[in-house]
Design a protein around this ligand. Structure first.
Ligand code: MG
Ligand code: MG
Length: 623
């Protein structure tokens, strides 16, 4: 698959954008007109830069408001087009995007439109240029890709074809299956963009909220599958207008973009395989039909089976040790060669890492995940351009395959074991032979705060590299703003990761006010809370108003309600089951949560999240 990206996706000057695209490994780019007009480099220099960087100049765009106009306007439009065709020959480019008219069209007549497009194609042909006509979702008369293609067929000129843009097609919910009926030679270009499903006018949605594939909710694998079946072999190019990407680090965004195409390529191949009617039935051999476009695959991984460990980094570890001890964790000793402690409660393992942590407040630094094969999972992540994390190891110590998540949390891919133990724990203390704690627990979920400019990147990272499934996002009110909350989880719920986008006020505060936490699931939360209280644990104090509201909503048995109130426990219930949980006070930027899931309760106590945020805000501002 030939990969491409429009310069409008990125921040910086044209030169910076081109360099970042080359570093990220794109085959070609689309030059967005404004990036050229504002560049100090003349077209010949841009052409040389592209050649030096090994980048194809695949599409010049956009040319707007051409068709369906009065004769006077047509004359002016053809003059304007010819100037661009001449410019393109200086750039060495041969394909231009012409969007359906949104502003100046006054005549809704396909015969007229076709005759005007025919004139444009003829002129383009004189200059060796191909015109890719694209239906914008908000085109005045042409807003549907099938309509655009009908016009292309009517004109039937070698220099006129169509451009398929996933946003314009999927934002309008057009059926994508008919793409397969399009003559591949008439598909001059394919643009892909994802987007969250929003209820707003389609122009604003397109200009501000497009995201890279895998970061939104469109079924792009299906879209691409139809494109591949049509026989298209040209560039698959990202055209993503996004307010955040246009102001974030250009090289980093280009890598995020490239990751999205690598992932989409794999997903498209999977979609094709899963829907292929040509699979030989009976003999069991999946003889896949070959398509003209070659789709690369990635090392295959299953969902992680669980959390292997969570690691908190701290210079002064006293408060963390105290908290874990009060919660019922057992200290299992120090690592034999590193400044690292291991604390466990059943299968929940917490590492306190004192290495390279000078002057740092306690913070979540790393997460370990149980995978089938750490080597295969690591190979996949690296092919998806995840940065590798190196850890020093001594002889006989377990080598962890590590990658860095977009928020710099280190992700370790660990060998899972069916009994829930971890071989590396023998490197601590006297060597653990058994799950020693009387109280069993597992890591239920981890909640990570994401910098605003890397939130979408994080969703794609965990989706593509770790095979977690993004759930619909929620917005949680807090005293300093709405906190966007995105759950990423496995289908069995064994791994649950919650990504929170802190409001700008929190993220910019001099004090690190956004907090992250690790939640542990136990079998009997009331007993756990009582023991913790007896050991002197400082609970997050829940206001009395909360319990009145709880009673109003759930009509709880008075004794049970009194217990919840006495122990600062939070409660939720839905059709599947019940959820009890409590929070500790915060140390540095970390706090802990203990939960009990009853029945098949699958959530996170969402109605209680605003209470937690408000109490934490209050205690932070009182301190
Ligand atoms: Mg487009
Ligand atoms: Mg972190």
């Amino acid at each position: 698959m030939r990969t491409g990206i429009a310069t409008v996706c990125l921040s910086g000057t044209l030169k910076e954008k081109m360099q970042a695209c080359a570093i990220a490994g794109f085959d070609g780019i689309e030059i967005f007109e404004q990036d050229l007009v504002t560049s100090p480099h003349i077209p010949e220099e841009v052409r040389t830069m592209a050649a030096d960087l090994g980048l194809g100049l695949d599409l010049y765009q956009p040319f707007r408001d051409f068709d369906g106009v009065t004769p006077d306007l047509l004359k002016a439009n053809l003059r304007r087009a010819e100037a661009k065709f001449k410019l393109m020959s200086r750039l060495g480019m041969d394909t231009i995007l012409v969007c359906s008219n949104v502003a100046t069209a006054t005549i809704d007549d396909d015969e007229l439109r076709a005759s005007q497009l025919a004139e444009l194609a003829e002129l383009a042909g004189d200059h060796g240029v191909k015109v890719a006509y694209e239906a914008l979702a908000w085109g005045k008369y042409v807003n549907d890709y099938e309509h655009a293609y009908r016009l292309v067929e009517m004109v039937d000129h070698p220099n006129l074809g169509t451009c398929l843009d996933s946003f314009h097609i999927l934002s309008r919910d057009w059926d994508t299956a008919p793409i397969e009926q399009i003559n591949a030679e008439k598909i001059f270009f394919v643009q892909v963009a994802d987007a969250p499903k929003l209820s707003m006018d389609v122009l604003s949605w397109s200009r501000h909220y497009r995201v890279f594939p895998g970061e939104g909710q469109f079924d792009l694998a299906k879209f691409m599958g139809h494109v591949v079946r049509a026989g298209y072999t040209g560039p698959v190019s990202l055209e993503v207008f996004n307010d955040v990407f246009r102001q974030s680090d250009v090289e980093r965004t280009a890598v995020d973009a490239m990751r999205s195409l690598i992932w989409l390529e794999e997903q498209s191949a999977k979609w094709l395989a899963s829907t292929s009617s040509e699979t030989a039935a009976g003999n069991g051999s999946a003889s896949r039909r070959r398509y003209p476009m070659e789709l690369a695959t990635l090392p295959k991984v299953n969902e992680p089976a669980g959390f292997n460990f969570a690691e908190v980094k701290a210079d002064d570890t006293a408060q963390l040790e105290k908290l874990l001890g009060q919660l019922g964790f057992e200290f299992e000793g120090r690592h034999r060669t590193k400044d690292v402690q291991l604390w466990t409660m059943g299968q929940a393992r917490v590492i306190i890492n004192e290495q390279a942590a000078s002057h740092s407040e306690p913070a979540i630094a790393a997460l370990g995940f149980d995978v089938d094969s750490p080597v295969i999972a690591s190979a996949r992540a690296q092919q998806l351009k995840a940065p590798v994390v190196a850890r020093k190891v001594q002889a006989d110590e377990e080598v962890f395959q590590g990658i860095s998540a977009p928020d710099s949390t280190e992700i370790f891919l660990c060998q899972g074991s069916p009994d829930g133990t971890a071989a590396w724990t023998h490197e601590f203390g006297e060597g653990l032979e058994h799950v020693s704690s009387a109280q069993n627990a597992v890591i239920d979920h981890v909640n990570l705060a994401q910098p605003w400019q890397h939130f979408d990147e994080a969703v794609l990272f965990y989706t593509s590299a770790l095979a977690l499934e993004p759930q619909p996002f929620a917005e949680v009110p807090s005293p300093s703003g709405l906190v966007r909350s995105q759950v990423m989880e496995t289908t069995d719920g064994a791994v649950r990761l919650v990504l929170n986008l802190a409001p700008a006020q929190q993220a910019q505060s001099a004090r690190k006010t956004y907090q992250e936490h690790i939640a542990f699931a136990v079998g009997d939360l009331v007993a756990t809370a009582r023991s913790a209280r007896d050991r002197g644990l400082e609970f997050l104090q829940i206001p009395a108003n909360y319990y009145e509201d709880l009673d109003a909503r759930f009509d709880l048995e008075p004794g049970f309600l009194a217990t919840l109130k006495e122990l600062n426990l939070l409660y939720d219930r839905d059709a599947n089951g019940e959820f009890l949980h409590f929070y500790t006070a915060t140390v540095g930027s970390v706090f802990f949560e203990m939960v009990e899931r009853r029945g098949n309760y699958d959530g996170y106590g969402a109605p209680n999240a605003p209470v937690r945020h408000a109490v934490q805000y209050d205690s932070l501002h009182r301190a």
